[in-house]
Design a protein around this ligand. Structure first.
Ligand SMILES: Cc1cc2nc3c(=O)[nH]c(=O)nc-3n(C[C@H](O)[C@H](O)[C@H](O)COP(=O)(O)OP(=O)(O)OC[C@H]3O[C@@H](n4cnc5c(N)ncnc54)[C@H](O)[C@@H]3O)c2cc1C
Length: 370
């Protein structure tokens, strides 16, 4: 092993959440180095999602997902406006395809209100037809504050803030091993220039690999680590014009929000993600999964033409609860009090709405560690 560097704060993982955390710590005056294994920032889960700014409708009141989604959404819209990050507050519809699902929408409206999302309303099929003539349903919940964002431009802005506050983002730097010492953490970094680091604060924001990093951390009480589960989600893109101007969601399924219509900022439509519980990470999209997509989509868009769906991409959700646990599970954000070590913080299960919540998650981490 080569030289040994002594640092103040190290953030492991340059996805949207690690970048937001590094930004927050740097803006609080700490000296921050972010280590990213890949040659690019944001190339894993932060590139493999729906790029939706979620309103915060579904999550149980009092959960971190509910609190940090609602707080993060507001921060994100303000930041997008100030920094000219491409985004659009296009709104979203959750569509009930039968009478039984209408009861679910009524519950969802109450849940949204309890979470502090007070701009939603229920509409009937006539108003649904007026808003989105191609989408059919018994009723729908309208969420005006849902939007879409260019997540790569967001991450570029986070990097710019880190650097302008004296921090640095170091690519091609996989963390290989670590050890909790008295009041510091020692890390072994691989890549072209292997180095050892000793830091006064380490934040593990490695997404899908957060468990691997904590699992290899000598001295960490393994009982602090939550369960690890992975739920893959595939997307199919639509050939032809988008059937709606708003995002369109069905009533959710366990583990995900249901195969929904999302739009990118160019107005192109894609559908997904579905839910497949997996043991290992792989991103191929099996074209045969389209079969179930056609059925799911035609419940709210009956005129989806045959052959219009093309396999697009996939992402994997890091989760702390598996199918047995109902597919739910909250974000887990551990400061020194919970990891049991004064210099170690760790984030697990940062699935959706992690992009939306990124700035609020970062504030929470700063509060727990500074
Ligand atoms: C299918 C899907 C759809 C989603 N849709 C939405 C949505 O519409 N809206 C929303 O708000 N959220 C959504 N999310 C959630 C959102 O994408 C994530 O919460 C967010 O991207 C997580 O960011 P992260 O920084 O925690 O993880 P990641 O983006 O995975 O970043 C972790 C980084 O750590 C790096 N790393 C790993 N191991 C090491 C190591 N040993 N050393 C150094 N670096 C390492 C990785 O290379 C990676 O870059 C979705 C997620 C999925 C899977």
């Amino acid at each position: 092993m080569g030289e040994m560097l002594s640092l103040d704060c190290v953030v492991i993982g340059g996805g949207v959440v690690g970048l937001a955390v590094a930004r927050e710590l740097a803006m609080a005056g700490r000296e921050v180095v972010l280590l990213e294994a890949e040659p690019l920032t944001g190339s894993i889960t932060s590139s493999r999602n729906s790029e939706v700014i979620h309103a915060g409708l579904y999550y149980p009141t009092g959960s971190l997902k509910a609190e940090l989604c609602v707080a993060g959404k507001q921060k994100l819209y303000d930041y997008c406006r100030d920094r000219h990050i491409p985004h659009k507050r296009c709104g979203k519809l959750v569509v009930a395809s039968n009478e039984a699902e209408v009861a679910y929408l009524e519950k969802l409206l109450k849940q949204a209100e309890a979470n502090g999302v007070d701009d939603c309303r229920l509409i009937g099929s006539t108003e649904l037809f007026r808003l989105e003539p191609q989408i059919t349903g018994f009723a729908a919940l309208v969420s005006p504050s849902t939007g879409i964002i260019d997540s790569h431009r967001l991450m570029e802005a986070y990097v710019a803030d880190i650097e302008s506050h004296g921090g640095s983002v170091v690519l091609n730097s996989p963390v290989l091993a670590g050890e909790l010492l008295g009041d510091t953490v020692r890390l072994a970094i691989g890549g072209l220039d292997p180095v050892e680091i000793e830091a006064r604060l380490v934040v593990n924001a490695a997404g899908l690999d957060a468990w691997t990093i904590s699992g290899g951390m000598v001295g960490l009480d393994r009982k602090t680590m939550p369960e690890r589960h992975y739920a893959k989600g595939c997307y199919f893109s639509l050939t032809g014009r988008a059937p709606a101007e708003r995002l369109v969601y069905p009533v959710p399924e366990p583990g995900g929000l249901g195969v929904h219509l999302t739009l990118d900022l160019a107005g192109q439509a894609r559908f997904g993600p579905d839910v497949e519980w997996v043991e290992t990470i792989g991103y191929d999209v099996d074209p045969r999964r389209a079969d179930t997509f056609y059925g799911a989509i035609r419940r709210y868009w009956p005129h989806l033409p045959d052959g219009a769906l093309q396999p697009a991409y996939s992402g994997v959700r890091p989760k702390v609860a598996g199918p047995g646990g109902g597919g739910g599970g909250d974000f887990v954000i551990q400061g020194p009090e919970t990891t049991g070590h004064p210099a170690y913080a760790a984030l697990y299960g940062i699935e959706s709405p992690g992009l939306t919540a990124s700035m609020a998650i970062a504030e929470r981490v700063a509060r727990l560690t500074l």
